[in-house]
Design a protein around this ligand. Structure first.
Ligand SMILES: [Zn+2]
Length: 159
């Protein structure tokens, strides 16, 4: 049995109590594997209740100017893992190996984003069963016009 300090969540999630993640240890219950939507996806291996904070979207905090520069396939530091936090704050996850960056877009997602300052969490919109792929709506501007293959009955056809 490993040593554990009193400051940690009593649900054995090994996360400090002051962290919004302490509600669950679900970081460990997500695995990355090939997705039918796009590339790799994040799949849960445990039952998740609605409203659970599942993963924090971790990475480098960058400003809008940097985000625009990196959002270019010709850029030396090109990244397709940039998430917008607010008007001038973005998180670039290209250098971190964390399941949150692999959560795909769906037009009928089972998660949404929950923002807390410059922290962003992926939160369950409903109960999610083991084996389901996690998705949220990227809500890209229409101008980006990326074709969507999420497979949802009401897919709007673009990401
Ligand atoms: Zn779609």
């Amino acid at each position: 049995m490993s040593a554990r300090t009193a400051a940690l969540c009593e649900n054995s999630c090994d996360t400090p109590l002051e962290s919004p993640m302490h509600k669950s240890s679900k970081e460990a219950a997500v695995e990355v594997r090939d997705s039918s939507i796009h590339g790799k996806g994040a799949f849960v291996s445990d039952f998740l209740e609605s409203d659970t904070l599942i993963l924090e979207y971790t990475g480098e905090l960058i400003d809008r100017k940097t985000a625009v520069e990196r959002d270019n396939p010709d850029a030396p530091d090109y990244s397709c893992y940039i998430l917008q936090v607010d008007d001038d704050t973005y998180i670039d996850a290209r250098l971190v190996e964390h399941p949150a960056k692999y959560v795909n877009h769906s037009c009928e997602p089972n998660c949404n984003l929950s923002r807390d300052g410059t922290k962003v969490f992926i939160r369950a919109l409903r109960a999610i069963i083991p084996g389901e792929e996690l998705t949220y709506d990227y809500e890209y501007a229409a101008s980006e016009n990326l074709r969507c293959r999420c497979g949802a009955p009401r897919c709007r056809g673009r990401v």
